[in-house]
Design a protein around this ligand. Structure first.
Ligand code: PG9
Length: 632
């Protein structure tokens, strides 16, 4: 073989039939409207990060739009091999139309430890400090990257924006810590913010085991070559057979993922999670960089992050730099087609409106000195139900003046009634048997493996708008429904679940779903007749009732109070509709099962720990609705 290699290096081994491959292929790019190159940018510790730079041909005095990602910069910038910039940028995290129309220099970089970059990978690498004793983090890596770009790209005007979705939306938040002076805007879209309270890893302590495949693939190899395998078409069966997330992780080698070992060691809201919550971190930072936080109302992955950051930093915003968008989208839906989500139609391409009327002027205003660009509203909130964009001066808010948000109790009353504004005068309860052997599916079975590929029937992104009739017919789901509304009921903000409930077990999960029930018949869209659309819903793991940091066993058969916030809604329940609340004690296999017996760590619960429990929800329970009332 050595001879062969030597021959190819110098002269053909068989001159009578030489190779047809040139020594080096010179790609003809004359017809291209961009120039793409990859550079390795050195960080302050010497580690070099693979950075793809896409320069529109003829660019000069152009701003830079940067995305940092753990998801393969090279693939994100080559969604099509094309000589057209817009074509190669289409896809996961690019608002390609805005980027191309805006003439931006597009830069996409692999974060430290992933794909083409050098260095060590740590999931959501924490800021330097107790969780990160090294001299580098995403704040310093972004600073060093911007320093290099503004010094080495003569075509730039020296202004840099950072934009991204999800993990790529978490990274702009990191850029806001000790920001580089050339950083002029940040656009965190659907950002990962608090992995335990309400984003990807847990919701109020219940583990989102459907992400086990991600915890493995994203961490155990630099280029995600090691792939998760599934043993069942129906994920429900796979997770049931394994028993617990801990067991499934052990079976599948996930313990080779250092991050998985950290999750196993930190099931409660201890300092590991508290110290990396980006809303808490940014609440202590001055607001110096104009920021456009983008939230999706039906975000199946990071439904907590954007609004939590807005609430945390807005008080520090002395001169209107912080903006918020609430769109009727799934995770990342703002860069797609926003005309509908599942069966829910919005009568307009809401995502195109966001990109053209909100994102584009925002970027132009700060990256191009285009002060002619119209200032965008502080808050652009899509009102679902009526399908109207609302421009607001604050959030939460129902309007800019003349209406107040009033918390009104929606009582979970007898006869499965939901009574708006009713007093608690009924000592009764409704009960159900929660059986861990038959947990409530989070969507209709068979549940295909986690994924985005609609061609494979993977519709994960839109499960939050599934018709909840599937659940409402189950005996282990309580359903409380209002009478048919004769006037619109508008909610803007976070509903709050206030359960008074008991369990015969010593641990329990409580799931509360707020649902808009469509009229029995909808002439314009027959399939919507009686549709049960969840407008907000979440889970709470009962062991954390007294403390999120230290779990406690639940006193069996004792009515106890559980109060927890539900995701932000901006919704009008129209006349002819009804308001429904569903209560259940499992949401499987999205969340791991609660054994309903108090154990030290649910990841390692044993089969014998899983016991049926009798759940009672007392009629003193209610969901506090942030109702917008016109001030008379
Ligand atoms: N936030 C998304 C995610 C993270 C972890 C597991 C699953 C999804 C994302 O970055 O795509």
């Amino acid at each position: 073989f050595a001879g062969l290699a030597h021959a190819q290096a110098d002269k053909p081994l068989y001159p009578q039939l030489p190779t047809e491959t040139p020594a080096e292929f010179a790609a003809p790019t004359a017809s291209f409207n961009y120039v793409k190159r990859s550079v390795m940018i050195p960080m302050r510790d010497g580690v070099r990060l693979n950075t793809v730079i896409i320069m529109p041909k003829g660019a000069k005095n152009a701003p830079i739009l940067l995305t940092r990602t753990p998801y393969d910069a090279s693939s994100l910038t080559s969604h099509a091999e094309s000589n057209d910039l817009g074509s190669i940028l289409q896809g996961y995290d690019n608002a390609a139309d805005v980027i191309v129309e805006g003439g931006y220099i597009r830069v996409v970089q692999d974060v430290r430890g992933k794909y083409g970059s050098e260095g060590d990978y740590v999931m959501n690498r924490p800021l330097q400090g107790p969780l990160n004793p090294t001299p580098v983090d995403h704040s310093t890596d972004t600073y060093d990257t911007i320093e290099w770009l503004t010094k080495n790209l003569p075509e730039t005007n020296g202004k840099v924006g950072i934009i991204g979705i999800s993990y790529d939306g978490f990274l702009p938040l990191m850029a806001l810590v000790n920001p580089h002076p050339a950083l002029k805007v940040a656009v965190p879209m659907n950002p990962m913010v608090d992995g335990w309270k309400g984003d990807d890893w847990f919701h109020n302590g219940a583990f989102r085991q459907i992400n086990l495949s991600y915890v493995m693939e994203q961490v155990v190899s630099r280029k995600n070559e090691a792939k998760w395998f599934t043993s069942n078409y129906d994920d429900y069966d796979m997770y049931m057979r394994a028993g617990t997330a801990g067991e499934l992780g052990r079976e599948r080698g996930v313990e080779q993922s250092g991050f998985w070992r950290k999750i196993l060691a930190h099931p409660s809201y201890d300092s590991f999670w508290q110290q990396q919550a980006m809303d808490k971190i940014l609440a202590k930072q001055p607001v110096t960089v104009p920021t456009l936080l983008v939230h999706s109302l039906w975000d199946a992955e990071d439904i907590y992050g954007a609004v939590a950051v807005y609430k945390a930093i807005k008080p520090n915003d002395k001169d209107g730099k912080v903006h918020l968008v609430l769109g009727p989208w799934s995770h990342g839906g703002g860069i797609g087609d926003g005309s509908s989500l599942g069966a829910i139609k919005f009568g307009q391409d809401t995502a195109l409106h966001f990109r053209q009327e909100i994102l584009r002027p925002f970027l132009d205003r700060y990256l191009k000195d285009d002060t002619s660009a119209a200032p965008i509203p502080t808050v652009s909130a899509f009102e679902t139900g009526t399908n109207k964009w609302r421009s607001l001066n604050a959030w939460p808010a129902g309007c800019n003046s003349g209406c107040a948000i009033k918390p009104v109790a929606l009582r979970l009353a007898a006869s499965q009634k939901a009574l708006l504004g009713a007093p608690a005068n009924d000592k009764g309860y409704d009960e159900y048997i929660s059986d861990p052997a038959k947990p409530v599916p989070f969507r209709q079975r068979p549940i295909p493996p986690y994924g985005y590929d609609e061609a494979k029937g993977q519709s994960w992104p839109r499960w939050l708008v599934d018709d909840q009739r599937e659940a409402s017919g189950r005996t282990d789901v309580l359903t409380f429904t209002s009478d048919v509304l004769t006037a619109p009921v508008k909610i803007s903000g976070e509903p709050v679940a206030n359960l008074i409930a008991s369990t015969s077990g010593t641990d329990s999960d409580w799931v509360v779903k707020l649902i808009d029930v469509y009229p029995d018949q909808v002439g314009s869209q027959p399939a919507m007749g009686g549709y049960q659309l969840m407008v907000s819903g979440d889970i709470f793991r009962g062991r954390y009732r007294e403390s999120m940091e230290v779990p406690h066993a639940i006193a069996p058969n004792k009515p106890l109070a559980y109060r927890f916030g539900l995701p932000t809604a901006n919704h009008v329940f129209l006349p002819g509709h009804r308001i429904m609340v569903q209560v259940q004690s499992s949401w499987f296999p999205l969340y791991d099962r609660n054994p309903q017996t108090f154990v030290p760590n649910i990841f390692w619960a044993k089969p014998a720990d899983f016991k049926k429990a009798t759940q009672r929800v007392y009629h003193s329970s209610f969901v506090e609705l942030p109702i917008v009332e016109a001030v008379r």
